[in-house]
Design a protein around this ligand. Sequence first.
Ligand SMILES: Cc1ncc(COP(=O)(O)O)c(C=O)c1O
Length: 393
Amino acid sequence: MEVDYMYDFENSIDRRKTDSIKWDVKDNELPMWVADMDFKTAPEIVEAIHEKADQKIFGYEEAGKAYFNAVAGWYEKEHDFRPQTDWMMFVTGVVPAISSIVRRVTSIGDNVLVQAPVYNIFYNSIVNNGRHVVSSDLVFDNLAYQIDFKDLDEKLSDPLTTLMILCNPHNPVGKVWSREELTKIAELCNKHHVKLLSDEIHGDITFKPYTPAFSLDKDLVQNLMVCVSPSKTFNVAAIHAATIIVPNENLREQVSRGINSEELAEPNSFAMPVTIAAYEKGHEWVSELKQQILKNKQLVQEFLAKELPEVKLVPSEATYLLWMDTGAISDDSKELAGFIRSKTGLYLSSGDVYGGNGYDFLRMNIACPISTVKDGLNRLKQGIDMKKESSAK
Ligand SMILES: Cc1ncc(COP(=O)(O)O)c(C=O)c1O
């Protein structure tokens, strides 16, 4: 079905030499790695930035009612549950929030549990703060990932494990955890007195209903902290705006003390207007974005099935990040990604950085015009063919 778009997902802006981390690459290179889209953000957001700039004064600010109501309204409309505004705190990013929470609610030497393969920066937030990573690896079978609840139960039962960091939806495997799965996780955390930190930054680009963890039953959210942000959804990462949602008052006070003493709680001049515009006026833009991503994903599926059948795509329910099983070609994804980049210029994320079985995977960002996806796929085929040839020698 052809979609009649109101917004432009075809023309991208040349971001070379613009201080973009993604596009700081050689002239012949095509970056499809970091979770940063090549689509222009919603024009409603750009308008809000212009309006703010026109005020011509950029003094100190604090997040107020309009900001928190916009967050609550977004979750009510998009995800069928309105979190209370008094559960919320403004913070300058999800990663700063995670690191601060690790420092505030756990002690040096504690274990923090993750589910590998998972967003690599979780490891930094844990290890750089003198805590240990314990992983209850996701089980991979028949191109699908599942939680091994017995293993999770055992690892949470270790008295040294005091925090679990959940990724819902899960980057990089693209899984949207169901209400039943979230309930089981929260029950196990409660049983073992482990606090649960759920990173839900990818919750808006989902292709099946996503359950925000703060919408679970009341007795399951007393140990829970959730981080959300418009940054992935609207490609506004450098605006540095996120919200931490903590239903339990005592825990909320602890987290608040952490982000305030670490100076992470004050918005810059554009953080609030951008978030409010995104959450109040961005519904249609996100709906079209999702259509575009589905189209791009279908193109990749068809291309791989026809041209590169040995590369298997993990069917994903969320995000614009594709998780491709390249285990039939190499079990050293770092070497494979480096080879493809050096031979064809295609820059993908190597799966090994996410831990678990990531050594068998490459991650490809398809939030870009369809012409870029085609270019990326042709380079991928060229790179894999060359790799097979060089391995056969
Ligand atoms: C799961 C996850 N959390 C957090 C972030 C980054 O969050 P922020 O830019 O708000 O620090 C990313 C970016 O890719 C991510 O994938």
